[in-house]
Structures are given as C-alpha cells and as structure tokens.
Design a binder for this molecule. Structure first.
Ligand code: MN
Length: 239
C-alpha cells in the first residue's frame, strides 16, 4: 500500500487544500521517506527556518512583524497541525468519530495555515519584486493578458478579501491554467485541486504593526518582495 503512494500524489494531496480529509493519511514520515527524489518534499510537521534574516524584508515588512508572524503565528499552526493529526489518529484508533466535525475543522484550519504560511514566507524575499520572466512570466501573460493586468487583479483580490484571509495565485490542474483566488478564512475551501503558487497574507498580523488599517498600502508594497524565481521553482516542483 505504502509504495503505491507516489511523491506526486503526496504533494498533490497536501497542496490541494480541498483534499484535507486525505492529508492525515499521507502525512506520516514514512510516506515522505518513500518518495522518489525528483520532487522536493515539505515536512509540514516542523516549523521551517526563515530563509532570510528577520529584517530582510524591510522596509516593506518590518522586523517585528516578521518575527511575530513566523515565530508565533506560523509556529502555532504547525503545533496545531501536529495536535490535530494526533487527535485524528486517536479517533481512528478508538473507532469513535463523535467529534469528527470539530476535528475536521481544526485540521483544515491548521493544515491550511501551515501550507499557506510555508508558501508565503518561502515565496517572498529581499532583492525581489519586478516583473517575472521565464515560464511563470509567460503563463501570466498567457492567462491574464499581461503582468499589469495580472497584478491589478491580484492586488484588487487581496485588498478586498473580507476580514482575514489570503490572495492566492494558483495552478488549476484541470484546465492547466493560472488562477487568482480569494480565501476568506483559510479553513473554508477555495477551489478543489488547486496548487497555490504565490500568496499574499492579508490577515492583520501580517501588516498591522507597520500599516495599521492600510491594507492597500501593504499589498501595493508587497509587489516589491515577491521572489518570482521562487514562484517558478514552486511551479516546476509541484505542477
Ligand atoms: Mn499569517
């Protein structure tokens, strides 16, 4: 059974926020260990180190925000996911699924939080921004007309997310196209089967220290720190 789960299956299932029911069955470390080496795997059960210093995103995002966002918020999602998976396993072992509704909600909330924060922190960086070249640049042109139109739509979508949530650039595998999504409350499923490629965290904790209620300013500046080479790497690795 184990050897039938390919690495692509794992990535696809973990990445597809809609498939969170399956997540708990493919997360055990032995599943990761058995995967072939052609694709990069992500250990969602440990907080990844920040790939740059906490002040590297200044002046777009201040050091304190990054420190709290990564060290507290992201870390809390990772701890929550570990706990939820244990609770789900307990439920399976006991055979009692009386709490399945709450367990599923908790798991969706924390797993989505881990996936989206992993993408967020690893797809922004210093010395970034600008207009993407390469495959991602071509696909953006193909699917949105131009980078300018893409950014207008992505920033408009991010600015207008109701309350907490995310702006998401994702790969829609069925039509093989890039799409832009709004995720309100990330535990609510957005689009089954989509692979998020680049995300803009518009929960207040991501910008409030510096921007207060000016989310639009944060989103406008966010363009300066998107690392499009990383977005392309993600596309090549997982799509
Ligand atoms: Mn966040």
């Amino acid at each position: 059974m184990q050897d039938k789960i390919t690495r692509r299956d794992i990535i696809g299932r973990v990445g597809a926020l809609g498939a969170l029911g399956i997540l708990s069955t493919v997360l055990p470390s032995e599943a990761f260990a058995s995967a072939p080496a052609d694709r990069k795997l992500v250990n969602l059960l440990e907080l990844p180190a920040l790939p740059y210093p906490e002040d590297a995103l200044e002046p777009v995002i201040d050091k304190d925000t990054v420190k709290i966002h990564h060290g507290k918020h992201f870390a809390a999602y990772v701890a929550g996911l570990n706990k939820d998976l244990k609770n789900m396993e307990k439920a399976r072992q006991s055979g009692s699924f009386d709490d399945i509704k709450q367990l599923s909600r908790d798991l969706a909330f924390n797993a989505s939080g881990v996936v989206l924060h992993w993408i967020y922190f690893s797809t922004i960086g210093p010395n970034a921004g600008g207009i993407p070249a390469g495959k991602i640049g071509d696909l953006i042109k193909r699917d949105f007309g131009s980078f300018e139109v893409f950014w207008k739509q992505f920033s408009a979508a991010s600015k207008s997310v109701e309350a907490s949530g995310w702006g998401v650039l994702a790969w829609e595998p069925f039509s093989q196209k890039l799409v832009i999504l709004q995720a309100e409350k990330h535990q609510n499923l957005t689009s089954w089967g989509c692979m998020p490629l680049m995300v803009c965290d518009v929960w207040e904790h991501a910008y409030y220290l510096k921007y207060q209620n000016r989310r639009a300013d944060y989103v406008d500046n966010f363009a300066k720190i998107i690392d499009w080479a990383k977005v392309e790497e993600r596309f090549n690795n997982y799509c």
